[in-house]
Design a binder for this molecule. Structure first.
Ligand code: HEC
Ligand code: HEC
Length: 349
């Protein structure tokens, strides 16, 4: 491939300049790169709805309200949107998020965008899908801290507006307000949180990417990032050891905590790199502040290579093109149904 010869045959700034020029003129090479990218990456689907997990309008409407409702937390001060802010690419920008009474969790909050398309949920994959995942935070003592499922159902029943919303979302069910249905509705809403980007347009043969982004994509493939970050999500499809080539300092055993298998020690779900330019700080411990550093550490610990600052800059330029479009009307904060006379008051204890 001509581009390769150019890049590896020349050094320094001249190479970078030539490469930039080459990408803008090299229609044939760009087409070859597109074919390669199609084979290992892919375009996002419009939604993550499945036959088993459909997205009816009524479920999405209910799920959106629940996602934003802080009354699902003990002190009625945190909702899903407190840690996964939908107008901030589904994250809160902190290493660790504060939940009930300001307590910090032990892992970085990943984005809720495109999460429904992952093989499983959480850094260690302990929930199979977004519906099962949604049952977790509401009862987690350091997150929303509700005491039990019954208390959540009673709370929902005490808010008069929820009855009709649950009935519409789960027609024909005599008592539609259940903990499971709450989670199913939140999951249905999350299945629509999909963010196609300029990369998808380019992959489909339309639109353009900058010459740096094209060079970065070429590096992303040729250096081996796609061994782990592949498919339409550019990740999200497998578990891999953090520190595969060179041990990475962490006390979190990752997936071993779920499976109990020594072989899974330090394995984490390979994160999707969709919107990654917007979802720092990085890694399961939120310990990496910048994208540049994350790319450098990946080269060192996962591939055993030192990426030059020019290579990192280009890879970052490619990753920028994975920043998607947020559907403002889909995520617009809804009016919450009013509390009733029996609705419990916030409990700061
Ligand atoms: C206090 C902050 C906080 C709140 C509130 C919270 N989350 Fe999370 N969320 C996290 C953290 C931290 C993780 C990662 C935990 C782990 O992997 O062990 C996470 C993981 C997730 C994931 C998995 C994403 C992935 O890439 O694996 C989804 C989806 C998600 N949360 C959705 C929700 C929903 C829906 C709610 C409301 C019902 C919610 N979260 C409430 C902090 C929070
Ligand atoms: C052997 C598998 C593997 C390879 C190869 C790999 N990664 Fe990763 N990547 C991971 C895993 C696992 C994580 C999660 C790290 C953690 O849990 O702390 C990750 C995390 C990341 C993150 C941080 C994402 C976030 O949301 O925190 C970025 C950025 C990233 N990788 C980019 C790259 C780039 C660029 C390359 C190629 C230079 C690469 N990766 C190669 C497995 C891999």
């Amino acid at each position: 491939m001509r581009i390769r010869t150019l890049r590896y045959g020349l050094a320094g700034a001249t190479a970078a300049l030539l490469l930039g020029a080459a990408w803008s003129n090299a229609g044939a090479d760009e087409a070859a790169l597109r074919d390669q990218a199609k084979a290992v990456l892919g375009t996002l689907p419009e939604s993550a709805a499945t036959l088993e997990r459909p997205m009816s309008d009524a479920r999405v409407i209910l799920g959106r309200v629940l996602y934003y409702d802080p009354r699902l937390s003990k002190n009625q001060d945190s909702s899903c949107n407190s840690c996964h802010l939908l107008d901030q690419f589904g994250v809160d920008g902190k290493s660790f998020s504060a939940g009930h009474r300001g307590q910090l969790g032990g892992r970085n909050s990943p984005t809720s965008y495109n999460a429904a398309l992952h093989i499983a949920q959480f850094w260690d994959g302990r929930a199979p899908d977004v519906e099962e995942q949604a049952k977790g935070p509401v009862l987690n003592p350091v997150e929303m801290a509700m005491p039990n499922e019954k208390a959540v159902v009673e709370l929902l029943e005490s808010i008069p507006g929820y009855g009709p919303l649950f009935d519409a979302a789960f027609p024909g069910e005599p008592s539609s307000i259940t903990y499971g249905n709450m989670a199913v509705a939140i999951g249905a809403f999350e299945r629509g949180l999909i963010t196609p980007s300029a990369f998808d347009v380019w992959l489909s043969g339309k639109g353009e990417l900058s010459s740096d982004a094209l060079a970065g994509l070429d590096l992303f493939i040729s250096k081996g990032c796609t061994a782990c970050h592949n498919g339409a999500l550019v990740g999200g499809g497998m578990y891999q050891k953090l520190g595969l080539v060179k041990p990475y300092p962490t006390e979190d055993v990752g997936r071993m905590g779920v499976t109990g298998r020594e072989a899974d020690k330090y394995f984490f779900k390979v994160p999707s790199l969709r919107n990654v330019a917007k979802t720092g700080p990085y890694f399961h411990d939120g310990g990496v502040a910048t994208l540049d550093e994350a790319i450098q550490l990946m080269g060192r610990h996962q591939l055993g290579i030192a990426l030059s600052s020019d290579e990192r800059k280009k890879i970052a330029a490619f990753l920028q093109e994975l920043t998607g479009a947020i559907d403002e009307s889909y995520i617009a904060a809804p009016a919450l149904p009013k509390s009733g006379p029996d609705t419990p008051k916030p409990d700061p204890s």
